[in-house]
Design a protein around this ligand. Sequence first.
Ligand code: HDD
Length: 764
Amino acid sequence: LKAAAETAAEKAADALGVGSGPEEGVPGKPAPVSPSVDEPTEPHGPLPPKHDQSGPAPMSPTGQETGATQADVAQGGPYLTTAQGARLYDSDHSLKAGARGPVLIQDHHLREKITHFDHERIPERVVHARGAAAHGVFRGYGTAANVTKAAFLANGVETPVFVRFSTVLGSRGSSDTVRDTRGFATKFYTQEGVFDLVGNNIPVFFIQDAIKFPDIIHAGKPHPDREIPQAQSAHDTFWDFVTLHTEATHHTLWNMSDRGIPRSYRTMEGFGVHTFRLVDAEGGTTLVKWHWKPKLGVHSLVWEEAQLINGMDPDFHRRDLADAIDAGAFPQWELGIQTFPDTPDQTFEGIDLLDPTKIVPEELAPVQPIGLMTLNANPSNYFAETEQVAFHVGHLVPGIDVTDDPLLAGRLFSYLDTQITRLGGPNFGQLPINRTHAPVNDMLRDGMHQTAVHRGVAPYRPNSLDGGCPFQAGVDTGAYVETPVGVPEASKIRDAPTSFADHFSQPRLFWLSMTPVEREHIIAAYTFELGKCYEQSVKERGLRALANIDTELCAEVAAGLGLPAPEATEPLASPEPSPALSQVGQVWPPDGRIVGIVAGPAGDLAGVRTVREAVQEAGMVPLVIAPAGGVLDADGDPITVQRSYATARSVEFDALLVAGAPGRGDDAYGARDAKAGAVTGDGDGDGADGAGIDPRVSLLLTEAFRHGKAIGGWQDGVAALERAGVPTSAPGVVTGDRGDAVLERIVELLGAHRVWERFPTAAG
Ligand code: HDD
């Protein structure tokens, strides 16, 4: 085999008329910089898998051992083969009648390779097309035992999970930080079957009845003629629909708030939205709403940051999640429930629990923690896992049941239906990422992509030929055991309950629960979005909806649009505000926060070293920023530079520290700038160059300032801040003689996420 590989290499070399040395002397190709970047010529075994794949053999969909290990089924082995396992000696040239002759159709490998490639894509999800996912584990606290018999919620039970976060409107290749709702879908591989909690980061929905789902999505997606704008709600059709269909007002208001632009998937809450029904061991029932509470707190971007990131790093959220997990900073959420008595009217404190446009304030029904989820592994393959995972609100386990929420009813149909198109048939449950960890013993047979080899002759019930197998479980252990909820005596009717007609009292509750800075952001968001609409009538209708939420909100947005503010058409309610809805005012751990340290080749490098270590010890990520890449090396103890002035941009950092920032013309820029005769400083690299500061550093610092980020400087860094135009006496700007002391104060500031006193600003 080795000889065969050698022969191939020799053949290639012969064809080029050169020796068999790697790429040596190939005309037009520069010599390789280092041997490590050459294509290897010796066959060798597969590289060790990035993630541990040594786990137990995957089960077949029928629950039988396949005998294969994960490593066997993954790509591996030293030799390239066809799909049928035949080794290939050349995958670089198609079979031709002579080197310059026509390509021959008998080339099986060519046809197989191209045909497979032609079919690599599957339809993207009709909504939530863009997502990122991670594996993890859920551990029950046992605190839900009095309301549900679901075994995975029992104390100490550990259940593997797979979570996919997503945006709703954009296509697969769209940007992460658009203003949109985020999906938060969790697959629990429980011992009693798969349970999917398919929620969002916003606790209410645009519509109360699933029959309106195609309408809201058609309105939100790009216009059908030009297919623009991508992944945006700031356009006429979206606002046309949500202002005509006023039950969308509450969800839209959440979208226009900071919740529409999360800082990270790791800092989002998750909500099951609908009311579900839990069933205990005695058959007793309780109504619940599901909540995911992030351990890092709920944080958002500011709008200007979000827009910049869409250009700078469209994969911002995807990268953030993967990097954090790779670095061992495993994100965690507590699962919690709000519980309500299962009364015949299914309301709580006057709130209709079947209306998915309503929340129950946490002050009325506290969220009770029932378990902890930790995401601790990135997917090995995006397509196999993140793309092919199939969630379904109907995937339930014993102890969890649905209610008659009309939105939920439509979802129970849609998720199964959509997978059949997306994943090419009814056997998508057999894909590795969708396989249950409980044994499967169904009577579903055949169909496209059937991979199970079913045994037995009698896939029907009742039967005697397979010994009557399989048997049905009793109601005490089975899933999908109906709760005997009364159905009111009624005629068939296309209508909604009268309580569903209240579209404004809860948006008002949300608005009144916001702090002044959050209200400023909401005003700015409506002004931007309605301002992007072309149709005057849509803008005016938007203002009429706002008038029914709050007079000040309406007046401010109207002023921004240059239109008169209309009067409310409904009396404004006076609900008790719910402080739990605000993202401001709490203190959170700084874990995983990214701190940029601007340093030059001179200045207090010992201080930079100390600060970098202290940042790491505090569980945060330090990134050293210098004029050029490489290392800063004052005294033989090099400090690695992670970002140069060319690659650093403020949006990546939660806080910035400045030890010194040399001006242009300094040696640290290297030959290129020196040759270009850039503006000179005093050239000593101490950051005190009178001639000014590099415009990129100035932009870095002023942007961070505008976005309410904590900024610190010590020694030469204080002068650098001043030259960059950062007011050193402003709130959240910390200066001092020692880097570690400045850092201490920065960590305190990070607890509040942003320096809120600096808002409102143009960036709001
Ligand atoms: Fe949906 C995907 C969440 C209403 C129909 N939905 C989807 C995903 C999430 C949600 C997180 C992505 C899952 C993944 O990562 O693969 N959807 C919601 C929430 C809703 C909601 C929280 C309201 C409370 N959805 C909703 C309705 C319908 C759908 C009313 C249809 C009647 N949703 C779908 C779908 C999708 C989907 C078309 C597209 C891809 C998929 O299901 O697997 O079936």
